[in-house]
Design a protein around this ligand. Sequence first.
Ligand SMILES: [Zn+2]
Length: 490
Amino acid sequence: MSMLEKLDDWFVGRVSFPLTNFLLNRKEILSNYRQLVQSEWYSQEQLRDLQIEKVKSALRHANRFCPFYTARFKEIGLVPDDIRTLEDIKQIPPLSRQDVINHCADMVDVRCRPYLDAAAQSKRSPGQPIPWGRFRRQKLIKNTSSGSTGAPVIFYDDGSVTAVSWAFELRLRHWYGIEPGAREARMARISVDYMPNDLQIWTRKRLWHQLMLPGVNLADKEYAFCLQKLREFRPRVLWGFTSALAGLADYIRRTGQDASSCSPELAIGWAAPVYEHEEKALKEVFHCAVTNIYGAREVGHVAAWCPHHSWHINQEHMLVESNCNPRDGEMGEIIVTPLDTSPMPFIRYRLGDLGRPAPSRCGCGRTLQVIEDFLGRTGEIFVTKDGRMIPPNFWCRFFMVDGQSQFVERFQVIYRRPDYISIRIVKRQGYSERTEEDMKRILRKNFSPDVCFEFEYVSRIDPQISGKYQMVVNEVKTQPAGELHGCSAR
Ligand SMILES: [Zn+2]
């Protein structure tokens, strides 16, 4: 990198990126980032003290200004000032997506209420920041979560959730030796038809060093477009929907393209787990480190992989619990509480994934808690009668990492009944009866004997409208994790 490029990165990272975000009411990104790279080494006691102070203030705010929480706390007799330990907030019933859909307006800070209608009817696309938001009375932005688990959730932000997530992303990049201002390409939640206008693209590129690329509805034509843009822009970070990144890597491999001229140092997968085969493909094509952010649009970034592949929790700004005690290897659903004040607080929000927070024993030395036994979406997990849990990652390993990969072009697993699983396969040359026999042998080892497998051979498996291939389809009626394992959902 030349001196001039370094200076440019410095200017973008330290001046133009934080300054323009400040104008959009996304405050304190840099100061938060500076704080985060220190607090990740705090002792666990210090981190917990910090969390308890923030929990109290978040509950006080919600109690005072959000009618939904005022009623909820009153019902259970909770007084925020009485909270002594982090365990105490377990009295509050977890918040479901359906609660948010039913009580959206009542969850919003009453002081923002007058602006709710304007935000709700705004023609701006979801999540678009308001220019000069910092200096407007009306700061509310309507946003929706991706709805990958069913109904989309509408929620409101004023820029504060985004600001905290930006700070986390800067810290995450720092873990991989990349400082603020480094060039980044983002395969985001937009398709080619809805790309922002040229001015927006230019502004992001110039002032944020961010190249916007489409991240949904991608086919070969779009992948070719993205690759060409990457070659010209030469980003150090490639950020995107996991499905977009994996699809791009797959395209480059399939078509034998040369990606050496656009080698990023880090690929960041967002909005879905990066499975082992996807990580392998990204590393093979780009020769870069790969990380994965876990979170939800409503609450921001919850955790991310450090270079040692632990899921470190952004503990300074996020309280993560699990709704079951891990006795007898029982797994609970992940519940999160963002700790910063926002116009629409989410307190004990069920994210719909299985996992549990645990103290860090990570080789990187960071004290930040980690998520252990992170199994992903409850709806994508198959539970055998004898209680064995088969996460989606099992199938990745089974098809992509073990010997099967050479004979299988694509696969899809359909959970038809608790004792019946269909496996759809697009064969590759060399696939034989022997391959099926080998697979059945491994399956028998991992599933209880009552589960039957049906192999269905097809010529193609189509992606969903979003462009993402659904690896696991669950037709078995799913129950929340808590009920599934006989423990109270509270
Ligand atoms: Zn670590």
